[in-house]
Design a protein around this ligand. Sequence first.
Ligand code: HEM
Length: 459
Amino acid sequence: MGAHAVDNALGGVEPEKLTTLDSLPRPPIHSLFGWGVFWTMPEVARRHMAKLGERVVVDIPFMPTMVFTTSVQDARAIFLERGGALEFNDALRRLSPHERVLGKDLIDAFGGGQHDQVRRLVMPAFKGRALRGYERAMVEATRMRLETWELDKPVSFYRLMKDLARDVIMSVVFGVTEPERRAALEDALIELDTAIGSAGMMGRYFASMVMKGKWLPFKALDAAIAKVDEVVAREVEFRRATPAEDKGEDCLSMFLMFQQQDGEDGFFDDQILKAFMRMLLLAGYETTATTLGWVAERLVRHPKVMEKLDETLAVGDETYLEAVIAEAMRVRPALPITIRAVEKDCRINDLALPAGTIIVVYVNAIQKAAHAHADPERFDPERFAERRPDPMHWMPFGGGAHFCLGAQLSLMESRVLLRTILERRRFAPDNSPDERQVQHRSLMTLPGKGARVTLLKRD
Ligand code: HEM
């Protein structure tokens, strides 16, 4: 390590007191904590990992060495690091299909010197007044969809939420209401979603890990990307031809405004704009749909919580609903981990990390740590009824410089959608066993049976 450890001040520790990767537990590949178990039985993996210690090295052939940490001090140091020792975008490049779908330029923009500037530029579309402007579209989309949902028999609430969240993101991101243009966008999105979730994509994804981030050709994906881009390009043309006073308050309209502010030689050219729209369309609905699926899966198994939720919503109080959503995200986070690539030898607290490793913040385990929450496995929204979750122990949206751009949007959307659904529908209680947490190809942790819920009409 030598001088590098001091170069990247991620915590002050004398070299002889440094913990090296060699000294950490390193379960063999065939052990319970194999990568396969992590994906197929995430809870088994979590419990096994907890027995090994706070930091565990996972070394899998063809993949970078990964260090899983459940230490909140590590998580904090990782999230607060701003010296270029750790990068989110390079970790995505190495371990997820983001770059293949979004393109190199956009992934570049989410790291290094440009990142802060990009976030500052687009942030106004994801907070405050902009968010309030999206609420009406959310309510309308929910009211339209819920009339089509089957009653009195079990349905996959996650599937319903996926369609609804797609409607919402189309309205919020694109503001497209005209039926023909909306149908074209929906078609393109479904095609892209299907290509990304296909077995062909999965195969190429694994191949890309073996080939250190290189991707085999995949025509179906290229065609789907081209189709979404075409719809975006048509919308851009349409907006540019629309008088300013008739332009909506959706993300695309705002992005076009940001583009103007950024100037002709700015970063925000039409290619980046298209990549951004793809990113919002993709990041924006599967995550929220998964969260809403888990909220319903937890609620039907906790009738007392449901009762209190009904009572509080009936008097227009949404604080308990917020607590229910936060607690569902604690016990069932849609994304179980977040990652950073180690760019240069550095240390996190006392842990020496060589360049090339991936440091994994094990969110799912941190949020269920016994030292942070009483009876941590229990779904108990009361813990957040009086106080907000502590960001040291509640981090479903990550933290620091890369804290999820859509966190406020997604929390607000979850609240508005659930409130609107529960105005007209009830969830029938269900005493069947908890749904298993399964890792999906989209890298999200889904309810094993798709959050089966029986919807009842509210009188
Ligand atoms: C329940 C819903 C969601 C969850 C659980 C979630 C989770 C996350 C997580 C864990 C990260 C990584 C943060 C880190 O490592 O520090 C992230 C980043 C990000 N998310 Fe979300 N997300 C959600 C919804 C959304 C939505 C609705 C959007 C946009 C419309 C969005 C856009 C982004 C973007 C752009 C980033 C990268 C931010 C950066 O690098 O600066 N997410 N999200």
